[in-house]
Design a protein around this ligand. Structure first.
Ligand code: BTN
Length: 308
């Protein structure tokens, strides 16, 4: 939910000039104490605002994805300083009937979840969010939301942020052979209808991931990126590309880090298979060509190992 006062304060202070509390109070139709309280709130979200006898001056605009930072488009954004997991926030909201497009973000998560019951370390500086979607499709195609999100993420990181992001089937985004982001999907089916598909995305942005196999966007880019901008561009891309699975698959295959590489995989229901990774299929699986030229299809949800 956008706080209209904070939205206006950001707009006023964005100019970089010093503005008196009195001026803002009058302009916004609130007391000077109320202005001060809103300024305090913005400071907690990372805005650096100097206060002096002559008023307030913004020295650093925060990249925290608070709703006010998105202007009028921020109505669907719910930002929390800390929470257990944005998946839980989104699940509760989705069951309560909140609309598609609602987003929960958090600066830190105390019980962040990854795939297959693993945790997701969620220290300050990363971008952690869950997007609620309500696709008008069959439960059998719920997996396609992860593929669409992955296609969008690869595209924006490449096109908007000049990062060589690649997709590692089934749910990871890699940059130069190290994991930069992960996607977790959760859906609910009632009878034969898909009620919601929640997409949880964790991206290492400014945080220093403690595993050697992981990388942050800042260190890959050699500059500081903005979490707010990444989320903004991702949501726009997802809205535009949301529906065309075939196009998204084509794009995703072009970003696939596994294609033509030797892989070793253990399926959920199958034995270990080794071979050359080929395309991601329409059903969200991964085709593996074994040395005896047989085609083997991994199901969405299987695990894959590769030596980089
Ligand atoms: C994975 O690679 O295993 C998926 C990780 C997904 C992490 C994100 S962070 C935002 C959302 N909230 C969570 O608890 N998990 C997802």
């Amino acid at each position: 939910m956008v706080n209209l006062y904070r939205l206006q304060i950001i707009e006023i202070l964005k100019t970089g000039i010093t503005v008196s509390g009195e001026y803002m109070a009058e302009k916004l139709g609130i007391s000077r104490v109320a202005v001060w309280k809103h300024i305090n709130c913005l400071e907690k979200s990372g805005y650096e605002i100097e206060s002096s006898k002559s008023g307030y001056r913004m020295t650093v605009e925060s990249d925290t994805p608070i709703p006010e930072a998105f202007g009028s488009e921020g109505v669907n954004i719910n930002h929390l300083l800390s929470t257990g997991s944005t998946m839980t926030e989104a699940r509760n909201a989705a069951f309560a009937g909140c609309p598609a497009g609602t987003v929960f973000t958090a600066d830190t998560q105390t019980a962040g979840c990854g795939r297959r019951g693993r945790g997701w370390l969620s220290e300050k500086g990363g971008l952690y969010f869950t997007l609620i979607t309500r696709p008008d499709s069959s439960p059998m195609s719920a997996y396609s939301s992860t593929l669409t999100a992955a296609a969008c993420l690869c595209r924006i990181l490449n096109e908007n942020f000049q990062l060589p992001a690649r997709f590692k089937w089934p749910n990871d985004i890699y940059i130069e052979n190290r994991k930069a982001a992960g996607i977790l999907e959760e859906f609910f089916v009632n009878g034969d209808s898909l009620q919601f598909v929640n997409l949880g995305i964790g991206i290492n942005v400014h945080n220093n991931p403690c595993f050697k196999s992981a990388v942050s966007l800042d260190s890959a880019a050699g500059r500081k990126l903005s979490r707010k901008n990444i989320l903004k561009v991702f949501l726009q891309e997802f809205e535009n590309r949301g529906k065309n699975l075939n196009d998204n698959l084509k794009m995703l295959n072009s970003y696939s880090i596994l294609k033509n590489r030797q892989v070793r995989c253990r399926g959920v229901r199958t034995a270990v298979v080794s071979g050359t990774a080929a395309d991601i299929t329409e059903k969200g699986g991964l085709k593996i060509i074994t040395p005896d030229r047989k085609h083997h299809f991994l199901e969405f949800g299987d695990e894959i190992n590769i030596d980089f």
